[in-house]
Structure formats: structure tokens, C-alpha cells
Design a protein. Structure first.
Length: 256
């Protein structure tokens, strides 16, 4: 049975850390302004990242520290929410996980749990909104910690494979053994991967067919070129994670 996170219409555009229009000034990724811009562009799915602040608030922020975004070397885990709000005030506005879920009730959130200490808090926070949340992490252990916390709180978010499961899937597809593929995808709703990792091709017609036979979707990141979008969609991928949600909307012919 398909999780309610996945609307019936495909392909899906997943706005990578929200959407920062090319002409935007003083707006950075993973901010209220970036999510509002994605919503205004007609996007249904937003990809974001979760860290825990010093006072235990789940913050939507990609990096471990503030160096790249704000020129501040401190880690997110060392700074409280109120100070983070001050730092991000002129950069698009800090967003907590709960604020994002409540402020954008029509958006579906694809959440990457970036820190071990955030996993349980993320799971508890998304439980009431589980029908429009997909949880993921490069760490399958961290992903499962968040999922268990959500389920313990009464929610059942969708989930996509972490690195360990993706490695198992690639090996299983290469082996051609259906039982290995089924095992790699057990409990998985989506496989979210780059098209390649160095010389290794991950996304192929064979891989897409195998994932689809198991009832899961294939989402490819991060795809910003229109020709690449068209090529991947023609190959059968279900979603594009992109910094250019505006361009992707044009490629697919309307909001998805």
C-alpha cells in the first residue's frame, strides 16, 4: 500500500533545501523565505535537513556549523534557538521543524536527519504530521532511530534508504537475484540517490525496474540541468531533487 506522503501524480519535484530564486537577495537555503518561495512556485515536496540546537530544538539546517552560511565557526549544537534566529534573521529566517510543518500545511517534507542527537526529537516532532513526511539519513541506524521515535509517538512516516541499504541494493541489482533486491528494499518507500558516485553508475534502467517491482520510488539528486531532468524522467525516475524548482516545474509541465 502506497504511503500517503506520495501524491498520485508523478513525476515529483523535490525542492532541495527549499528554493532560492536566482534573483533573490539575502536569502539562503533551508530558511522560511526559501520554503515560502518553493511553495509559491507550486512545489509540493521540499527536501530539508535536521540538526538539534543547544537548547534541544530541531532546526532545519544543512551544515554541522554556521561557517559557510554565516561566517561563524560554531556548531549548530552549540547555539541556542534564539541566537540562531538572530543570526538568520537577515538571511531568510530560521525555521524549526515544527514551525515548517505548521506554517506550510500543504507541503510534504523530505527530512534528512543529520545528527545522532536529533534523531529521536525529529521522530517525535513529525509523528502528528507523518502522512506528509519522509524520513531519511545517510546513516540507516540514525534513520531507524527517528522512525522508531515517530512510531512510538503514534506516527508512521515514509522513509528512504540510507547508504548501507543503497550499497546493498546496488550489489543486489548487479547480482540479478530478486530475493536480495527485496531484502535491500524491505520497509523502504523510496530510493534517493545521485545518478553516479564517482565512476559507479547507481541509476540505470535495470535499477529503476528493480525498485519499481518492489513498490518503491526512485528520486535522483541533485539535478539542476533541464536536459538531465528530461533524460532521467524519460528513463523512468519518479522524482527530481533540485535547486531549480522553477526549471523542473517547466520541464514536467506544471506543479507536482
Amino acid at each position: 500500500m502506497t504511503h500517503p506522503y506520495f501524491a498520485p501524480d508523478r513525476p515529483r519535484v523535490l525542492a532541495h533545501r527549499g528554493f532560492v530564486p536566482p534573483d533573490a537577495e539575502n536569502v539562503v537555503e533551508n530558511t522560511f523565505a526559501a520554503f515560502a518561495a518553493a511553495h509559491a512556485a507550486g512545489v509540493r515536496y521540499v527536501e530539508s535537513d535536521c540538526h538539534l540546537s543547544a537548547d534541544g530544538t530541531v532546526i532545519l539546517f544543512h551544515d554541522t556549523d554556521l561557517a559557510r552560511v554565516a561566517g561563524d565557526p560554531r556548531r549548530i549544537s552549540e547555539v541556542g534557538r534564539r541566537e540562531l534566529e538572530q543570526i538568520m534573521a537577515d538571511r531568510g529566517g530560521l525555521v524549526t521543524l515544527t514551525q515548517a510543518l505548521e506554517s506550510f500545511p500543504t507541503l510534504r517534507f523530505n527530512l534528512d536527519v543529520k545528527a545522532d542527537d536529533a534523531a529521536a526529537a525529529v521522530g517525535r516532532a513529525v509523528a502528528p504530521y507523518a502522512d506528509r513526511v519522509l524520513l531519511t539519513s545517510f546513516s540507516d541506524r540514525r534513520r531507524m532511530l527517528a522512525l522508531r521515535a515517530a512510531r512510538a509517538a503514534g506516527g508512521n512516516p515514509a522513509t528512504s534508504a540510507g547508504t548501507g541499504r543503497v550499497v546493498a541494493l546496488v550489489a543486489a541489482v548487479a547480482s540479478g537475484m530478486p530475493w536480495l533486491i527485496r531484502r535491500a528494499l524491505r520497509g523502504i518507500d523510496a530510493v534517493q540517490v545521485p545518478e553516479r558516485r564517482g565512476p559507479l553508475r547507481i541509476v540505470s534502467p535495470r535499477m529503476i525496474r528493480a525498485v519499481h517491482r518492489s513498490g518503491a520510488e526512485v528520486h535522483v539528486w541533485t539535478v539542476n540541468d533541464a536536459d538531465d531532468m528530461k533524460r532521467l524522467l524519460a528513463a523512468g525516475v519518479d522524482g527530481l531533487v533540485t535547486d531549480r524548482a522553477d526549471r523542473a516545474q517547466l520541464v514536467i509541465g506544471g506543479p507536482r
